[in-house]
Design a protein around this ligand. Structure first.
Ligand code: TTP
Ligand code: MG
Ligand code: MG
Length: 410
């Protein structure tokens, strides 16, 4: 009796199309269909754009006139045709498509639309997990329409509701779990819907590169490729024990699981941040010794701002880390774990400073970042009364006496 079977687990991943760029096109509809890239600076600096919607197309700044070290946050699909994409240097992109229009970023505007589209989703399907500015997971399992056509009916409804309210488009993948849904949302971008069932594993998932598994980054991919494992199908043929021998117990076992399309993680409605960070790319490359004062001031400023972020949001963190990028674009991270969680700028600065001492600083630096992880919310049982008191009364030097160091090279 099919009526008595429990509903199939159907999880959706929704990702907005060319998000920052699409939000900009709402203000400048005259740019629709043109190659547009977002990056290079923040909006207040741009007086020319004050004219807003009225500005004729030929008066927008062009990528070919950009001079500087900024990178692209995102590009319209018309610009992607030229091989331009996120994280590419603007001057490099200018060689590929000099005629592209360059707009500065406006995070407040993107956050506003982010809140708006998420509110529309939860009105229709309340079990939603926030995964960042432009994407969410949604549990379709028990929502009306969530099972029809494998979830396509509900996905269409959500796409239409978001478009009607904001003018923005998105792509949705619906699958038996988060892992596959995340891959599926990319299948038919932009404005696409992809429905994947457990039985599609071999045909839809196994031909994809291992990198498409959310959690396999460039380093793991390179290691897999060196072992002659390229597709998820290749990975699925590897013995679990063999993967554990090469990648360690938890990563190896997880890779095997993922390759077979298994993922039981629930859709979590309230998500806490895992870490908070601040980073900056310098206007010119700086040397640790020759530019000591300038670098020190930037470092202190980052820590002060990060402490402010933590305090404003009511978090304390135990793991303090730094990220450096050298003039040859190689990156290095170092972190240290404190005995007591903190949100204090001086403690952050001192701990991050100790991390910096563990790096060979003979090359010039182009980027510096500070991160606080292992966060907990102030006032939760973990750090209420006794702990919190000791945190507040402890001097920074005491706090650093009991640090566990952890070195990692990226
Ligand atoms: P994505 O969802 O990765 O990209 P996108 O929405 O621009 O395009 P797509 O249609 O392929 O989903 O990222 C969401 C936003 O996050 C993006 O609009 C800009 C920002 N972002 C960066 O600032 N830097 C980056 O390297 C990436 C990947 C994204
Ligand atoms: Mg997106
Ligand atoms: Mg995204």
């Amino acid at each position: 009796m099919p009526g008595l079977l429990p509903p199939l687990r159907r999880i959706a991943h929704l990702d907005m199309d060319a998000f920052y760029a699409s939000v900009e096109l709402l203000r400048y509809p005259q740019l629709k269909g043109l190659p547009v890239v977002i990056g290079g600076g923040r909006r207040p600096a741009d007086e020319v754009l004050q004219l807003r919607g009225a500005l004729p197309v030929d008066q927008f700044p062009l990528l070919q006139d950009y001079v500087g070290r900024g990178v692209i946050t995102t590009a319209t699909y018309a610009a992607r045709v030229f091989g331009i994409g996120s994280a590419m240097g603007l001057m490099k992109a200018a060689k590929l498509c000099p005629q592209a229009i360059l707009l500065p970023v406006d995070f407040d505007e993107y956050r506003k639309y982010s809140r708006q589209f998420k509110a529309i989703v939860t009105d229709i399907a309340p079990l939603m997990e926030d995964r960042g500015v432009d994407e969410v997971y949604i549990d379709f399992t028990d929502v009306p329409g969530g099972q029809r056509e494998g979830g396509r009916t509900l996905a269409r409804l959500i796409q239409k509701a978001i478009f009607d309210a904001t003018g923005l488009t998105c792509s949705i993948g619906v699958a038996p779990n988060k892992l596959i849904a995340k891959m599926a949302s990319e299948f038919n971008k932009p404005q696409g819907i992809a429905i994947v069932h457990a039985t599609d594993l071999q045909t839809a998932i196994w031909p994809l590169a291992c990198r498409k598994i959310n959690g396999i980054g460039p380093k793991a991919e390179a290691k897999l490729n060196a072992l002659d494992i390229h597709t998820i199908g290749d990975l699925a043929t590897c013995e679990r024990q063999w993967l554990i021998a090469h990648f360690g117990k938890s990563t190896g076992a997880w890779m095997h699981h993922a390759a077979w399309g298994r993922d039981e993680r629930p859709v979590v409605t309230v998500s806490e941040p895992v870490s908070m960070s601040r980073e900056t790319t310098f206007d010119r490359d700086l040397h640790a010794v020759r530019d000591k004062a300038e670098l020190g001031a930037i470092f202190t400023d980052l820590c002060t701002k990060l402490a402010g972020d933590l305090q404003r949001k009511g978090y304390v963190g135990k793991t303090i880390g730094i990220k450096l990028r050298f003039d040859d674009f190689k990156s290095v991270t170092r972190d240290a774990t404190l005995a007591q969680a903190t949100a204090d700028a001086t403690t952050l600065r001192r701990t991050a400073g100790l991390c910096l001492k563990r790096v060979d600083l003979s090359r010039k630096l182009r980027l510096l970042g500070v991160r606080v992880g292992t966060l907990s919310k102030l006032g939760t049982s973990e750090n209420s009364s006794p702990n919190r008191l000791s945190l507040l009364t402890q001097s920074p030097s005491e706090a650093i006496n009991t640090i566990a160091f952890n070195d990692q090279l990226f």
